[in-house]
Design a protein around this ligand. Structure first.
Ligand SMILES: [Fe+2]
Length: 260
């Protein structure tokens, strides 16, 4: 059996404006980019679309939220849309307030689902990045992840989606703003290896990047929205029983069809 899904990340409505790169009429440069991404999904018909966080730049800004949800609503209703929170959505240090706001708007911030032969787990990586204000939330998430992945042993693949990468260059790299800090990284990496997770798909960098830790693939996808480098785009991931194949496409190079 084989299928494919589309990963998008960081549509982040309002980021162009935050960088003084938006027109003065208040329109969002993110609009055209996210519309192209959703149109591509409607054309290609993936098993599902996942957006790995940073949905908007300012989570209390209703215009940003409305434009995000307007365009997300253009996705054909028979293509499931899965969301993860990012640091722009929850803050670099999540709080009870920022978690409640996200959950009220979007629903669960960590959960799992199955498709055909594979198990997919959406991780709230912001709790792992800095659990200092909500330590019990991080503990609860870690308990969920351990139980969830332990119960998914029969799946061909266990695949994680999260905003922050576990690491960017080396699994032992020092703490930095670009990946999960060492203490929580070790917990998640050990769990991923123990349960033979195939791949982690993340965002946060606004540029595509790939690295491995043994058999574990750590894949970073560029932004739908404001690009740091590599162009705004999305990733197509093909899932086969024995392997994954994936490729990042900038918005103007997305193929017309996907063959498995
Ligand atoms: Fe971002």
């Amino acid at each position: 059996m084989s299928f494919f899904f589309i990963q998008m990340s960081d549509p982040q409505f309002g980021m162009f404006a935050s960088r003084d790169a938006a027109p003065s009429d208040g329109s969002f440069p993110e609009t055209e980019l996210f519309e192209k991404a959703i149109a591509a999904a409607n054309r290609l018909r993936p098993a599902f679309v996942v957006i790995t966080g940073d949905l908007v730049q300012v989570p209390t800004d209703e215009r940003q939220h409305e434009e995000l949800t307007r365009i997300a609503g253009l996705l054909d209703e028979d293509i499931p849309l899965k969301l993860a929170p990012g640091n722009a959505d929850l803050g670099n240090t999540p709080t009870d307030e920022s978690l409640s706001r996200f959950r009220n708007k979007f629903g669960r911030d960590y959960y799992s689902f199955d498709h055909e032969n594979s198990h997919f787990t959406v991780v709230n990586s912001c709790l792992a990045f800095d659990p200092s204000e909500v330590p019990s939330e991080w503990e609860a998430e870690l308990t969920f992840l351990k139980e969830d992945l332990a119960a998914a042993g029969e799946s061909k693949h266990r695949i994680l989606f999260m905003h922050h990468p576990l690491f960017g260059d080396d699994p032992t790299e020092a703490d930095n703003h670009m990946s999960i800090p060492q203490d929580q990284r070790k917990e998640l990496l050990n769990l991923a290896h123990e349960t033979t997770v195939t791949a982690v798909f993340a965002g946060h960098w606004h540029r595509p990047h790939e690295v491995n830790d043994g058999d574990l693939m750590m894949v970073i996808t560029g932004a739908v929205g404001y690009p740091i480098s590599g162009g705004s785009g999305l990733r197509i991931v093909k899932v086969y029983d024995d392997r994954l194949e994936h490729e990042y496409f900038s918005m103007d190079t997305i193929p017309d069809t996907v063959s498995l």
